[in-house]
Every structure is written in C-alpha cells, then in structure tokens.
Design a protein around this ligand. Sequence first.
Ligand code: ZN
Length: 173
Amino acid sequence: MKRALLVIDMLNDFVKEGAPLEVPETRKVIPAIRREIERARREGEPVIYICDAHEPDDREFEKFGWPVHAVKGTEGAKVVEELAPEPSDIVVEKTTYSGFYNTSLEEHLTRLGVDTVRLTGCVTHICVLFTASDAVLRGYNVEVVTDAVAGLSREDHEAGLRIMKNVLGARLI
Ligand code: ZN
C-alpha cells in the first residue's frame, strides 16, 4: 500500500475567527492534523494540500450562496500557519468541492504510485465528502481521520462521516 495524506481547505478564510467562511471546528482539529502531517513526513508519505483558490468573480459564490472566500493570491487563501506546507509537500489548487475536479491531484497520485488517500481538513460533508467520493470512483482506497476533519453542524458532520463509511466504503480511523 502506498498512501498520501490530504489536508483539505485548512485556509485562513475557513479557520480564522471572523473569517468569511469560518468553520469554528477547524481550530479544534489543527493538533490532530499536525499529528498526521508529522507522522506522514516521518514515514515518507506524501503530504498533499488541497486548497480552494477562486477567481474574485467565481460563479461558485453566487451559484451556491457562499460568501466570497479563498480568492487566489490573497492571505485568506493561504494554509494556516500552524499547518504551513514545507517545500517538499505538494499544493493542489481547486475551485470546487472535489479535490479531483479540474486539478492536478490525480496526476500527482499516479506519479507517486499512491493507491490510498487519507483525508483530513474541512468541511466534512462538503469538500472532504466530495473528494472522498471522487477518490473512490477512481479506484483509490479512502481513509478518513475522524478527529482531523471538521464540520459545520454536528448533524452534517456525522452525516458526512456516515455516507463516507456506509456508501463509499471509506475506512474511518
Ligand atoms: Zn470555495
């Protein structure tokens, strides 16, 4: 098995107090994500950051009713400093819920010979779930670190985990 660790959307615009798309739970999962990043680096496992990077007038904002967030090149679109990528890590920009859609993620996974992705980050029932779904449909094994993913409401968080486990066959760890 060759695994990659994915850190999804742990960006200032989701994590910081008062941020446009604040997900307060993200601040509680930072230590668990750090633990996973440190473990991965120690074990020689690739660490891949999946980061929202929108154009200022991205249609996603209006279409889904999201406030303007994670605009490419702004401070808000940067990974929080507690989890900042190292030069050896990979950063993949995305513009919608899935880390695979119109991104270089699959190319990286293929090049690295990865067959298993371990997911951390936010939001459990949105970008984590849709990335898990696309990973499963492409034949990857999916692991979700339950103390390292953050949701908006508890209900949606738990629904996201349940769907990943029961519908996608993800391994919750
Ligand atoms: Zn977004």
